[in-house]
Design a protein around this ligand. Structure first.
Ligand code: GTP
Length: 349
């Protein structure tokens, strides 16, 4: 079964990190999330992928290529206009089979898809929506589901105590081709707001299947950080780069740790990282490849993407810095989210 990955959104809520890159390319533990996703689905038997792209598509295409490196085949559909979550599926119709998987590529998840596919086949559903249970459903679209597993309706952002369930759309679907006839071509269409309600109204079999395992939409700053803390706590069991030489401290190749530097677990340090003397790093800190952290610096609950430079004496708390960011000496920053603007040729080559 082919998997369609929706990766063309603008990622407005994660700006400025997503100003010049698609959200699914944001690293999770120093590796683009979309690469984790492809590897993980490949390990569950998916061999053919279609990627629907719009915002900075070359960054994804250049990274994943034709998929051979990962042992899969990848085709791309690039949109000229934003088509929305259903419009993007319709636009990829010619590359999809009779039954296919769809993933919102900005959802960080570690879930078993086989039971979802099996459920879809057993019910002979038109669409089966993977559901996940959340503690507080008030900021999500919640499903009203019957005992047979059929979805009756969606309730958007229910008030406390008025939610029909704690089950929300996980952004993972099994779809039959017939569902695409309900999506108008050539305009922006939301699958959550338009297509699913339309399919339900038409009496098509729209089922929900509750999935278990790790799930978090990384679309906001808080959740992007949370994904990392869950990764470091190993609640999210994706592979971490480097070797765990000391418990909770993963270190890459060719790193230099200065005299008197202190690493407080959990910490991930990429390849070729230089950490200066008396720097204090951690807890909950992820440092990308080729970063330079000067003497007497302090980093806590902070994520640095590749190539950042933290100058002498700077202190970073709960910060996220994009590729190649520079942090001036003796700056003290709390909850900073920053991205260095790239030249156009740096982005596309
Ligand atoms: P925000 O602007 O912060 O809401 O982010 P977003 O639009 O990127 O994410 P949203 O949660 O709305 O979208 C869910 C998934 O669908 C993400 O993986 C997006 O990349 C993807 N997506 C959203 N709109 C489009 C689109 O027009 N085309 C394609 N190909 N994918 C889309």
């Amino acid at each position: 079964m082919k998997a369609l990955l929706l990766a063309g959104g603008l990622g407005t809520r994660l700006r400025p990190l997503t100003e010049q890159m698609p959200k699914p390319m944001a690293p999770v533990g120093n590796r683009p999330w979309i690469e984790h996703l492809v590897r993980q689905l490949r390990d569950q038997g998916v061999r053919e992928f279609v990627l629907a792209l719009k915002h900075y598509p070359d960054l994804i295409r250049n990274h994943l290529g034709d998929g051979k490196k990962w042992g899969v085949s990848i085709e791309y559909v690039i949109e000229n206009e934003t088509l929305g979550t259903a419009g993007a599926i319709k636009n990829a119709e010619s590359l999809l089979g009779d039954c296919f998987l769809v993933f919102n590529a900005d959802i960080v998840q570690h879930m078993n898809i086989k039971p979802l596919i099996q459920y879809h086949q057993e019910r002979q559903a038109t669409v089966t929506i993977g559901l996940t249970e959340v503690e507080d459903p008030s900021s999500f679209g919640v499903v009203d589901i019957s005992e047979t597993g059929r979805i009756a309706r969606f309730v958007e952002k229910p008030k406390s105590g008025e939610a029909p369930s704690k089950l929300i759309n996980a952004g993972i679907y099994v779809m039959n081709k017939e569902a695409l006839s309900y999506i108008p071509a050539g305009r922006e269409v939301s699958i959550e707001r338009e297509t699913f309600p339309l399919l339900i109204e038409a009496g098509e079999g729209v089922y929900g299947f509750t999935m278990t395992g790790y799930w978090l939409d990384m679309g906001t700053r808080e959740r992007y950080r949370q994904v990392h803390w869950d990764l470091l706590d190993r609640k999210l069991k994706l592979p971490l780069p480097g070797k765990e030489k000391t418990s909770g401290i993963w270190t890459g190749n060719s790193c230099r740790i200065g005299d008197g530097a202190l690493l407080i677990p959990p910490v991930v340090i990429g390849n070729r990282v230089q950490i200066g003397d008396k720097a204090i790093i951690g807890p909950y800190t992820v440092i990308g490849d080729d970063c330079r952290i000067a003497n007497n610096t302090r980093l806590s609950e902070t994520i640095l993407w590749d190539g950042c430079h933290v100058r002498e004496g700077a202190q970073l708390y709960q910060c996220v810095f994009g590729f190649g960011s520079e942090i001036g000496s003796r700056h003290i920053l709390y909850e900073a989210f920053a991205h260095r603007i790239k030249e156009e040729e740096e982005i596309t080559v």
